[in-house]
Design a protein around this ligand. Structure first.
Ligand code: NAD
Length: 260
């Protein structure tokens, strides 16, 4: 499993899961574009990778902006020559019952998770198709690509939607050697999840310890959180896998919470 000579663009790579994927990709030989809303944080991640002997650049990218996505992918190609691997990972969470969601909140969630996946895919596959050397597109889904939970209507809707995008790209990209897969993690203790623990405790009227024990980890086989390394190692496997034998799939990484 090597990514030597490959170029990866990872969105939302200034924090959490995306950051660890970028680090693991760089450690395995890829040049990595750290694309994020937060350019200072993206540059800090890129700087640490470079200091450790890897290749990385920070890229300012709001994945909901067509212009920023196009410019960010162009900057990645200018810096590293191409894009072989896209990890569409940027995401946020908003938890509340359906009747309390504003229309703006609903649209914001779908824009980041779905429009962002579309815009980055379109920009990157154009380069992959043009060069004719194939590529790998990985979407950060969730166990919520397969299951629903209360309070997460737009997130569950968007994460289910990514399966459709991945399967369609798998069909269109297959003849050109471009593979598309979805990683579906269980709960990982990133800032995105840390924020939810008190929010869910308040909405359900239970303690934070009970949110962890009775909601987040209830159905895992070992009462363990999934880790950023668990997810990054699967992202490495999917990026390095060389044939269309593995495309259009979703791989659940959740300590047995959801078994497909
Ligand atoms: P995180 O909050 O640690 O990191 C998310 C990153 O995305 C941040 O750096 C943020 O600046 C960036 N971002 C947010 N909006 C953006 C935008 N519009 N454009 C570009 N960047 C933007 O979160 P995380 O937990 O690492 O989540 C990463 C992905 O993993 C998300 O898609 C999330 O839905 C998914 N996921 C997370 C978990 C979990 O338990 N943490 C589980 C399943 C799936």
């Amino acid at each position: 499993m090597t990514l030597e000579g490959k170029v990866a663009l990872v969105t939302g790579a200034a924090s959490g899961i995306g950051k660890r994927i970028a680090e693991v990709y760089a450690r395995n030989g890829a040049a990595v574009a750290i694309a994020d809303l937060d350019l200072d944080a993206a540059n800090a991640v890129a700087g640490a990778i470079v200091a450790a002997g890897g290749k990385a650049t920070g890229v300012k990218m709001d994945v909901t902006s067509e212009a920023e996505v196009e410019a960010g992918v162009a900057a990645t190609i200018a810096a590293h020559g191409k894009v072989d691997i896209l990890v569409s990972n940027a995401g946020i969470q908003i938890v509340k019952p359906i009747e309390e969601f504003s229309y703006d909140e609903w649209k914001k969630m779908l824009a980041i998770h779905l429009d962002g996946a579309f815009l980055t895919t379109r920009a990157c596959v154009k380069d992959m198709y043009k060069r004719g050397q194939g590529g790998a597109v990985i979407y950060m889904g969730s166990v919520h690509s397969h299951l629903a939970s209360k309070l997460k209507a737009p997130y569950v809707t968007a994460k289910h939607g990514l399966l459709g995008l991945a399967r369609t790209l798998a069909k269109e990209g297959g003849p050109k050697g471009v593979r598309a897969n979805v990683i579906c993690p269980g709960f990982v203790r990133t800032p995105l999840v840390e924020k939810q623990i008190p929010e869910q405790a308040k909405e359900f009227g239970i303690s934070e310890a009970d949110v962890i024990k009775n909601i987040m980890l209830k159905d895992t086989v070992d009462a363990e959180f999934t880790t950023v390394d668990d997810v990054a190692n699967v992202a490495l496997f999917l990026a390095a896998f060389e044939t269309n034998a593995l495309t259009g799939q979703s791989l659940t990484v959740s300590h047995g919470w959801h078994m497909q």
